[in-house]
Write a protein that binds this ligand. Structure first.
Ligand SMILES: Nc1ncnc2c1ncn2[C@@H]1O[C@H](COP(=O)(O)OP(=O)(O)O)[C@@H](O)[C@H]1O
Ligand SMILES: [Mg+2]
Length: 459
């Protein structure tokens, strides 16, 4: 780094964190900083990952993940530097689809990063479970997952420093083991271990190929310079994997064959694997997987916009709820059995139904119920839940539910005959359908953000 380097302010200029102490192994039960190690959950090229707990002095508890630089690499200044770069980068990011980083520390001669524990399933396992069951993740759930990934990539790719200069961060390892999906349908992107930003260009030497084979871009597999379009390519391989059930290069077993096929752009088109796939979806995947980076989507937003238009025309409604439902379906063993909440029948203790807009609260008499052609009496007396349809019931036995329909709200309310309610519901359904038809007939416009110029400018 020279004095003229405009980004020298981005480098860490404090004392080196690596200490001159013997490197120690970490085992469950050990105390690392303020955390107690519970179990080892993985190890990669650069670090060991542990689940640990934090027990605060005032009863506050947290599950955390500790990522420690591998013992054999801890003494290498290069690797320790790379690890700290990753830690500092992770700590500076803040997005709903990234785990929260808590702190960087030093234990037994090894630097560690403490971060949020994400209780999720790696995408790798989701795909293999679906395959075992001879099924795929439903398309609405897949599109929600891709939407979250692309929003997160867009955030990372467009980060700027305090002076407004683009940081040009590229994740470079967007692969099935670095994506976790939680039971509530949230996606988290892990592992900026080989992320490259201008702030640490020294990390990867030219020609040093990293990343997971089969999800690497052609330029990455050739060891060439990469930009954000490498992550777009990886997003394309993941979409391919999710909709067909196999990765684009999975039919090849030899590593060198995968690298060669990737570098030359040879892989079966998605509809050759599954002819039932929508041709528009295949077009989107093939654009993301273009051999030349210039032929791919220029930004994550541009790819997301096309997926959103596809969802609209395919009459799909991608939602977190759909992804959560798919997770429950694929991983029933993760669903905690809900305790039956105790329902208090007495209207004296019942909570009022929360109303967002002023609306009359109705009561229905037994006679009206008996004579109505509408929903059955049992449906009408079923307790209504408050909030999101898939909200967890929680384990609180004392939880009170809202009163059944027909229970007068606290404070008294006017009564409305059932026939009025049915007529109003039919009218509302008609209006919603009408608005939907009008919305669907409007031409959509895909805007491509002109961010690429900044990224393709020579370094
Ligand atoms: N914040 C986290 N929450 C839960 N599991 C995690 C977290 N971070 C990492 N893991 C688990 O540990 C594995 C390895 O972590 P990762 O950050 O990908 O490091 P590596 O560089 O070794 O690939 C991940 O694939 C994931 O299963
Ligand atoms: Mg990883």
């Amino acid at each position: 780094m020279t004095r003229d380097d405009p980004n020298r302010h981005l480098r860490f200029e404090g004392p080196p964190l690596a200490a001159d102490e013997p490197v120690e192994e970490v085992v469950p039960g050990d105390e690392v900083g303020r955390y107690r190690v519970v179990e080892r959950i993985g190890a990669g090229g650069m670090a060991e990952v542990f689940r640990a707990t934090y027990d605060g002095r005032f009863g506050d508890k947290k599950q955390v993940v500790l990522k420690l630089v591998l013992p054999e690499l801890a003494e290498s200044a290069d690797y320790a530097g790379m690890f700290l770069d990753e830690g500092r980068l992770t700590a500076s990011l803040s997005h709903p689809n990234l785990p929260v980083a808590y702190e960087l520390g030093l234990h037994g001669g090894r630097n560690y990063l403490a971060m949020e524990w994400v209780d999720g399933v790696p995408l790798r396992k989701i795909v293999s479970r679906a395959r075992e069951r001879n099924t795929r993740l439903p398309l609405d759930a897949t599109l929600k997952l891709m939407g979250q990934l692309l929003e997160c990539l867009s955030y990372v790719h467009t980060l700027r420093d305090a002076q407004g200069a683009p940081l040009r961060i590229v994740h470079r390892d967007v692969s099935p083991s670095n994506l976790l999906v939680t039971d509530s349908g949230a996606l988290k992107l892990l592992d900026f271990g080989i992320a490259k930003a201008r702030m640490h260009e020294h990390v990867t030497q030219a020609g040093h190929v990293k990343g997971k084979m089969g999800y690497m871009s052609p330029e990455q597999s050739r060891g060439l310079t990469v930009d954000l379009r490498t992550d777009i390519y990886a997003a394309g391989t993941l979409l391919y994997l999710l909709v067909t059930g196999v990765g684009p290069f999975e039919h090849l077993s030899e590593a060198h064959a995968v690298l060669q096929a990737c570098a030359t752009g040879y892989f079966p088109k998605p509809r050759e694997v599954d002819p039932t796939l929508d041709p528009e979806l295949e077009r989107i995947i093939m654009r993301a997987l273009a051999l030349e980076a210039g032929d791919r989507y220029p930004t994550a937003d541009a790819m997301l916009a096309e997926l959103e238009v596809f969802a609209l025309y395919a009459r799909l409604m991608p939602s977190t709820r759909a992804l959560a439902a798919a997770m429950r379906e694929l991983f029933p063993e993760r669903v905690k059995p809900a305790k039956e909440p105790r329902v208090r029948r007495s209207s004296r203790h019942a909570l009022p139904i929360p109303v967002l807009t002023p609306a009359p609260v109705m009561t229905v008499t037994d006679e009206e119920l008996a004579s109505s052609q509408g929903p059955s009496a049992s449906m009408l007396t079923e307790p209504a839940t408050v909030g999101m349809a898939d909200a967890a019931p929680g384990g609180d036995d004392d939880q009170e539910l809202t009163p059944p329909l027909g229970t007068p709200a606290v404070g008294g309310a006017p009564t409305v005959p059932l026939s009025w309610v049915v007529a109003a519901a039919l009218l509302a359904a008609f209006l919603v359908t009408l608005v939907g038809i009008i919305a669907l007939n409007r031409p959509s416009k895909v805007e491509v953000a002109p961010q690429l110029e900044e990224f393709s400018s020579p370094k």
